[in-house]
Design a protein around this ligand. Structure first.
Ligand code: FE2
Ligand code: FE2
Length: 189
């Protein structure tokens, strides 16, 4: 007679990193770590792309906004390093394919638009806002996850960055709406 086979319960160990972590991490915490690696790569990548966008921009207003955001982005990188530290991990970057694609698109906007035109600035704003929205989505979720994990310090740290990304997005919108979009619409091929 077949004896009822007792299914072994999933080994909790599998959720534990085999080497470095001493303590058990919940799956959500592992997920937060993974997302931190992703956004860490994205922020670092953006510091390489922003100077190109700054150089390509037509108006001094947009150049200035990109320059400001480059400085802010450096702060975001530092904060992420603090976030890794709060979780007892060394900062680690993992290539973010989504952000690589978005910034590649930004570079192709530079190629596809004429130097010195408002159309170029309108396109650059579009590209930059795609980056900001990706960051807002990521940080917004990470803040909620950190709160769920009861890690208030982490949540507060990432919330500062989230608010700065929102500010950057709003600044870009107001620059676009002030005159760039209208002037771009009057440019002829
Ligand atoms: Fe950022
Ligand atoms: Fe940003």
């Amino acid at each position: 007679m077949a004896t009822p086979t007792k299914k072994s319960t999933p080994v909790k160990k599998s959720m534990k990193k085999s080497t470095s972590s001493k303590e058990d991490r919940s799956m959500l915490e592992e997920f937060v770590l993974d997302e931190l690696k992703d956004i860490y790569w994205a922020e670092k990548n953006f510091t390489k792309v922003l100077p190109k966008m700054m150089k390509a921009a037509t108006t001094s207003e947009l150049k200035g906004a990109f320059e400001d955001h480059l400085n802010v982005t450096q702060t975001h990188i530092t904060r992420l390093e603090q976030a890794f530290d709060l979780l007892g991990k060394k900062p680690q970057a993992k290539k973010c394919d989504a952000m690589a694609g978005i910034t590649k698109e930004g570079e192709s906007i530079i190629e596809d638009t004429e130097k010195g035109t408002m159309t170029r600035d309108a396109g650059l704003i579009l590209a930059a806002q795609k980056v900001e929205h990706y960051e807002i989505a990521t940080y917004g979720t990470l803040v909620q996850f950190a709160k769920t994990l009861g890690n208030t310090k982490l949540a507060d740290l990432l919330l500062q960055t989230l608010n700065e990304e929102k500010d950057a997005d709003e600044t870009l919108t107001s620059i676009a709406e002030s005159n760039i979009n209208i002037e771009a619409s009057e440019e002829e091929e």
